[in-house]
Design a protein around this ligand. Structure first.
Ligand code: 6GU
Length: 227
């Protein structure tokens, strides 16, 4: 899978994509992430990418020309399954969307800034708009990094243990049960006996019960949605 990210802050992605699972996915050739600096596509000599909003008083808006040229250049090179705009007024991102996006070949993530982008970009190039939650970030970059991470880890072969993405919280509509590792007792705090019993059937039952209880206590809405 190839993810092309359009941003005015490409450096913001250096950290999140250089470690752990995403790094390994890139090294294995299972995921490619390409960063495009929108300023490189500005036709004006000051590399200006924003301008005053028509109509409203305050606030800058990202200009259409650099973004349109960048998207069109990319589209001339390959077909894109989705051209996604990162914005707090987009569709709320959730696991189901991550699952679907992880099956795609090529996607573009456009990171917005300032008061927004020229609406004509949204009307003419964008196929999907995503938000990562009901709060405002300074730009779409952190949201694009979050979404890329959640998608890439789902690509077959990225996680060592093929089953582990399927047992994530949310995949079966439940939160994960509590996890423990050695030692079995620390400062008198004990791991539940059942997990040390070796009785796989009883352990599975316990884990399922814990997952349901945890979901009921923390995210009741998830249980109601499933029924
Ligand atoms: Cl995608 N962008 C911005 N700027 N803020 C957000 C967001 C995106 N998702 C939640 N807050």
């Amino acid at each position: 899978m190839r993810i092309d990210i359009l941003t005015i802050f490409p450096e913001m992605f250096e950290g999140p994509f250089s470690h752990s699972i995403i790094k390994r996915a890139k090294e294995k050739g299972l995921a490619e992430i390409h960063l495009y600096d929108i300023r490189d596509y500005a036709e004006n000599k000051h590399r200006k990418v924003d301008d005053y909003a028509y109509g409203h008083g305050a606030g800058m808006v990202m200009m259409i020309q650099p973004i349109a040229d960048c998207i069109e250049k990319l589209k001339s090179e390959r077909n894109y399954d989705e051209v996604i705009f990162m914005t707090p007024d987009g569709e709320l991102f959730e696991q189901k969307i991550a699952n679907r996006l992880s099956t795609l070949e090529n996607i573009i993530l456009l990171c917005g800034h300032y008061k927004g982008i020229d609406e004509r970009i949204r009307e003419n190039f964008i196929t999907m708009e995503l938000s990562i939650g009901d709060y405002v970030l300074s730009g779409g970059e952190l949201a694009a990094a979050v979404i890329s991470d959640s998608i890439i880890r789902l690509i077959p072969g990225v996680l060592g243990d093929e089953t582990s993405a399927l047992t994530d919280s949310f995949q079966d509509g439940l939160l994960s049960p509590p996890a423990y590792t050695r030692p079995s007792e620390y400062r008198g705090w004990k791991v539940p006996d059942i997990l040390l019993s070796g009785n796989e059937k009883e352990i599975n039952k316990w884990n399922t019960h814990q997952a349901i209880e945890r979901t009921r206590n923390r995210r009741k809405g998830m249980l109601d949605e499933g029924s």
